[in-house]
Design a protein around this ligand. Structure first.
Ligand code: PLP
Length: 340
């Protein structure tokens, strides 16, 4: 499934607004500049040059530390003193926990009851309070918003916030510096749309010829649904396998950018995600979580469909927070599909 958005009628001033925020974002107090790494086996398999942006190598094993820190560092002293509350499927939670500890801010984090233990521990070990609530992210979100209202703490959205989007967009600043030669497309995993909004804003401002392609799990394709409807829709249910991107409604700030500046959105199945985890492992000897493998799964899907050859394609490997036990299921799904 895919959709192409209408030609740009949008205001490039919006992009400039975000680019300025990205240039000023002090994310490197905590985040690291991650490698943009060749993937020789994957490139040979697919007949295209595939480069992996290794956001799984961040201190919290996902890019979320960028947006979380950029948001928290800009709070007023009064807001910092009152503390923050957030809802997260787990990776934003760890980013907020680490950023809050660094800045001396109290953080309370609501996560769905089904959140992998590894992510819950990642929050608690960084000194934040973890509250497990609700069957999926939308329920956790509703609870966190209520807590913020009752307590007067600042709510920090995992994706629907301009400072969070600008923080995530610093990934694109690095990609364009690291790949100054040919670059045909950047494949970006999508949950609530914060990462792709930041990436699209930066790339379309500076190198508009580079295609920005969003990749969503089939079971939670809220950006694709919103682009088709022309407005942000709420999915009636979300599949939780790719827990980092299991979001029912794309954020409003992100959608404002994505509707004009994202070239295409595709979806992949859970089996395609499992195969992509193996392909990434084969090239890097590192493990990604299901959401972290979305972009590679998307490249494989896209190349097969369009008979793409000889292009330079970047995949953002967005995270590595997977319970060790879950690897059994991933390996079984790959085996059941035969050779990948
Ligand atoms: C949050 C997350 C995403 C998606 O980011 P959004 O800004 O919500 O679209 C992708 N991959 C991983 C590993 C994540 O944690």
């Amino acid at each position: 499934m895919s959709t192409c958005t209408a030609p740009h009628t949008a205001d490039p001033g919006l992009l400039e607004h975000y680019v300025k925020k990205m240039l000023a974002a002090p994310v490197y107090d905590l985040a690291v500049r991650t490698p943009l790494q060749a993937a020789p086996a994957l490139s040979a398999l697919l007949g295209n040059q595939v480069l992996l942006k290794r956001e799984d190598l961040q201190p919290t094993f996902s890019f979320k530390i960028r947006g979380a820190y950029n948001k928290l560092v800009q709070l007023t002293p009064e807001q910092k003193a009152r503390g923050v509350v957030t809802a997260s499927a787990g990776n934003h939670a760890q980013g907020v926990a680490l950023a809050a500890r660094e800045l001396g801010i109290e953080a309370r984090i609501v996560m769905p009851a089904s959140t992998p233990e590894l992510k819950v521990q990642g929050v608690r070990s960084r000194g934040a309070e973890a509250v497990l609530h609700g069957a999926s992210f939308p329920f956790a979100l509703a609870h966190a918003l209520q807590l913020a209202e009752w307590s007067g703490c600042t709510f920090v959205s995992p994706f629907d916030d301009p400072d969070v989007i600008a923080g995530q967009g610093t990934v694109a600043m690095e990609i364009l510096r690291q790949q100054q030669g040919p670059l045909d497309a950047i494949f970006v995993p999508v949950g609530g749309g914060g990462l792709i909004a930041g990436v699209a804003a930066y790339v379309k401002y500076l190198r508009p010829e580079v295609r920005i392609i969003g990749v969503e799990p089939e079971g939670s394709s809220c950006l694709l649904a919103a682009l088709r409807a022309g407005e942000r829709v709420i999915l009636p249910s979300v599949d939780g396998f790719a827990d980092g991107t299991a979001v029912a409604q794309v954020g409003a700030y992100g959608f404002e950018i994505c509707r004009d500046w994202v070239d295409e959105v595709i979806t992949v199945s859970n089996d395609e995600l499992c195969s992509a985890i193996k392909l990434i492992y084969d090239d890097t000897r590192s493990i990604t979580e299901p959401s972290g493998a979305l972009a590679v799964a998307g490249i494989r899907h896209y190349v097969a469909r369009h008979q793409f050859r000889g292009h330079t394609l970047v995949a953002i490997n967005s995270g590595a927070n997977i319970n060790f036990d879950s690897l059994r299921h991933v390996a079984e799904r790959v085996a059941a599909q035969g050779a990948v």
